[in-house]
Design a protein around this ligand. Structure first.
Ligand code: HEM
Length: 362
């Protein structure tokens, strides 16, 4: 019965043919390994955020008098509310980890080169949108942590001469973080940013479909050059996307879920410091508020440079470099090991970021 319904539908939409042509007969590089699964994992992590976020919406109240209590209710009263909230909270942090790793590996493999410059650029936009989702989501629980880290964050634009104060007030909807800010951040978190994220995500996936997976150069091999054009190519001697790479993807989804539920079970407060358990109080500034771990490095850099304007300008320049990188690096070849300066810079950036993150915690 089910089979005949499936055949009836398939005859009309051609799903079998699509799966055969796009997945079974599409060959990706033979060297594809667990690092090649990170983009897929990022997509899965994002879908988990979307589903759990929609469930949280059914009980969350975006009002300063009720937001904190509504989260307490989700955690303690609503059946399985704690599970959805914990998956959303820990999942957001793991999504950022995956995003960093995915970005690092596509950089290491020099996958951003022609014809994949736009894959990179759309990826950087996705990265910014996800960072904004993290910032806006951080305020929603309306805890001391939410309130005061948003106060610090929204003060950053004030270092800009002239328009800085205006931008800061515009983001907050007033002189202080208030119910207006909460409403604004809520709208961005649940509607405006997800809208752009879906659009950009669709563009990113379309571009990957169009250009195909990037070639992978192993060890000291000569660089693999592609046979021109922008149509995707299947790799001769490669492995089929389905079932070979798909199986690796699924295995990594399993690893991801194990880490996610491992943290929820054994370290539920990993991303909830003490101030996250106290309701926001605009009249009492806590002694020490730290931004979330992914902002510790930029935070430490701002603190290290006494001139705040200079501190922000350095970061804006770094971000611009990150965004335009495929257009700056025009050298042919896909083997980073043959580019000692680039490889050195890559390692230095990772080490500096790690050291700054540790310093940011002090
Ligand atoms: C929500 C965020 C993102 C999702 C869902 C996503 C998803 C994917 C997927 C499924 C692939 C193909 C497989 C792979 O190479 O892993 C891919 C490739 C790629 N991504 Fe992303 N990505 C995201 C963010 C980013 C970011 C932040 C960057 C760079 C800063 C980026 C740059 C690239 C590039 C250059 C490729 C082509 C590499 C290749 O074809 O092998 N992506 N992405």
């Amino acid at each position: 019965m089910l089979n005949s319904i499936y055949s009836w539908v398939d005859e009309r939409i051609g799903l079998e043919e699509l799966i055969r042509k796009e997945l079974k007969e599409y060959y990706v590089p033979r060297e594809s390994n667990v690092w090649s699964t990170l983009g897929f994992l990022t997509l899965v992590a994002f879908l988990i955020q979307a589903v759990t976020g929609i469930f949280l919406l059914t009980y969350y109240i975006p009002h300063p008098d009720y937001a904190y209590q509504s989260i307490q209710k989700i955690m303690n009263v609503v059946p399985f509310g704690w599970l959805f909230r914990s998956v959303h909270l820990v999942g957001a942090n793991l999504l950022v980890v995956l995003l960093f790793l995915h970005g690092l590996i596509v950089f290491y493999r020099l996958s951003y080169k022609r014809p994949r410059e736009l894959n990179w650029v759309s990826g950087v936009f996705l990265f910014f949108v996800i960072m904004l989702l993290c910032v806006t989501g951080y305020l929603l629980p309306w805890s001391q942590l939410s309130y005061w880290s948003t106060t610090i964050l929204t003060a950053i634009p004030t270092v800009l001469p002239g328009i800085g104060d205006y931008i800061s007030r515009f983001i907050k909807g007033g002189d202080f973080v208030s119910g207006v800010t909460l409403n604004r951040f809520f709208a961005f978190h649940v509607a405006i940013l997800p809208f752009f994220l879906v659009l950009l995500g669709a563009l990113h996936i379309f571009l990957i479909w169009r250009t195909g997976y990037a070639p992978i150069v192993k060890g000291g091999n000569e660089s693999v050059e592609e046979a021109g054009g922008y149509r995707r190519q299947g790799y001769e001697g490669g492995i089929p996307f389905y079932p070979d790479l798909f199986r690796k993807n699924m295995l990594m989804v399993f690893v991801f879920l194990t880490v996610l539920f491992g943290i929820i079970t054994f370290k539920p407060d990993l991303f909830l410091p003490a101030y996250a358990h106290i309701q926001a109080d605009p009249t009492s500034t806590p002694l020490l508020i730290r931004p979330p771990w992914y902002f510790l490095a930029p935070y430490a850099l701002i603190r290290a440079i006494p001139n705040k304007f200079l501190g922000i300008s350095v970061q804006v320049i770094l971000l611009a470099l990150f965004f335009f990188w495929p257009f700056i690096d025009q050298r042919p070849g896909r083997n980073i090991r043959k580019r000692p300066i680039l490889l050195g810079a890559f390692v230095v950036v990772i080490i500096t970021w790690t050291v700054l993150t540790i310093l940011g915690r002090l």
